[in-house]
Design a binder for this molecule. Structure first.
Ligand SMILES: Cc1ncc(COP(=O)(O)O)c(C=O)c1O
Length: 388
């Protein structure tokens, strides 16, 4: 069977190094917020070209804590509306709700699967205070347009980068100095002041769930930002709201990036770009090799370097295709079978209509893609798909 994602094989590449790290952490005898977390926060901030990285317990918390920090800083208030794509993983929406904010769902574009910027303005009300942009499946949302809308309407931008570690915009007029494109208007030392187009961008949330492009051996997450005030609040909020041990400034939570997970991430981070490049080369093979009218291939905007967390095709008879592939020993996964507004958890939304979102959820199928998928496997998958 060609596995959808062979996590064992992905992590086997680091087995000896992991064991050495485990011994090191054991020998250090310091298991919470130690040197490994500190080193990872420094390395990941550097990788993202941001000033700060705050390691947290998981990707969901990274989003929740950004919202909570903005509430503590008085930039958001409970009940404020947050624009979010209607077709995202449930965590984006749960995060807004967990911070006592109100999600306002906006349809995506069928081609990119990402939020349609042209539909945002009509959803903005006096209560709208932020946009949560999600870079779904590893492809950046249209940030240039989203930034413009945010600037015009004085909205914060939060980015859900749980699926897009390492994705960078390359277009000529959207190439800021910082890789994460998050200049900070509050910060006097900011060198990117001239890039007004980005000046509302504030924080990016990452997940290191094992299956992500950068994944640990358990749960993990992080926030990157250039905003010193936000970073300070986040460092406290993740640790019971305390700046100094046993002195609590905020009503915080316990959501710290685990020391051992940070140790593993420190070993894997240097390979992230190489792994992403492998994903892109597989995507290129799929895009040029799969020729079947029954299959819609994903759109890849050449002005951004899609990191192909997932390679998501669409087809009318999705279950039929999935069965056919399983019969040919190719494992696939559906991301995701039920749109958020149709989930039982949200009975008040079940009658809402988001036709594009629903179409996407009815038709998508994710093919195997990972840095350890072999050329032979990719060729076999293409051959089988072309025979369908
Ligand atoms: C788009 C998106 N946002 C947020 C999350 C939440 O991350 P985690 O599972 O680490 O809490 C995920 C991952 O599962 C995700 O795919």
């Amino acid at each position: 069977m060609i596995l959808f994602l062979d996590l064992k094989k992905i992590n086997a590449r680091y087995e000896t190094a992991f064991q050495e790290k485990l011994k090191l952490v054991l020998d250090n005898g310091w298991y919470i917020l130690g040197k490994e977390v500190e080193n990872f926060e420094k390395a990941f901030a550097e990788y993202c070209h941001t000033k700060y990285c705050i390691g947290v317990g998981n990707g969901l918390d990274s989003l929740v804590l950004i919202f909570k920090a903005y509430i503590q800083l008085g930039k958001l208030q409970k009940g404020d509306e947050v624009i979010v794509p209607a077709n995202t993983y449930i965590a984006s929406i749960l995060a807004i709700l967990q911070a006592d904010l109100v999600p306002v769902l906006v349809e995506p574009k069928l081609e990119t699967y990402n939020i349609n910027p042209d539909l945002i303005q009509e959803k903005i009300t006096p209560k709208t205070k932020a946009i949560l942009a999600v870079h779904l499946y590893g492809q950046l949302a249209e940030m240039e347009k989203i930034n413009e809308i945010a600037i015009q309407n004085n909205l914060l931008i939060i980015e859900d980068a749980a699926q897009s570690h390492g994705a960078v915009a390359n277009s000529n007029n959207f190439i800021p100095k910082h890789r994460d494109q998050i200049p900070n208007t509050n910060d006097d030392t900011n060198e990117n002041q001239q890039l007004t187009i980005n000046n509302q961008q504030s924080a990016k949330a990452y997940s290191f769930y094992p299956g992500k492009n950068l994944g640990c051996l358990g749960d993990g997450g992080a926030i990157t930002t250039n905003d010193s005030e936000l970073a300070k609040a986040l460092f406290s909020l993740r640790n019971y709201g305390s700046e100094k041990k046993y002195y609590n400034k905020y009503i915080g939570v316990n959501s710290r990036l685990d020391e051992l997970q940070a140790a593993f991430l420190n070993l894997k981070l240097p390979n992230l770009d190489v792994d992403n490049e492998k994903r892109r080369s597989i995507a290129k093979r799929y895009l040029s090799g799969i020729k079947n009218d029954k299959i819609k291939l994903p759109f890849w905007d050449s002005s951004n370097n899609h990191v192909f967390h997932l390679f998501v095709i669409r087809t009318q008879n999705r279950e039929g295709l999935q069965e056919y592939l399983t019969g040919n020993n190719i494992q696939t996964v559906i991301h995701y079978p039920v749109p958020p507004h149709k989930q039982k958890a949200f009975p008040d939304w079940n009658n809402l209509s988001f036709p594009i979102t629903e179409k996407i959820h009815n038709e998508v199928l994710s093919l195997p893609i990972s840095p350890v998928l072999t050329e032979t496997e990719v060729n076999f998958i293409i051959e089988i798909l072309n025979q369908y």
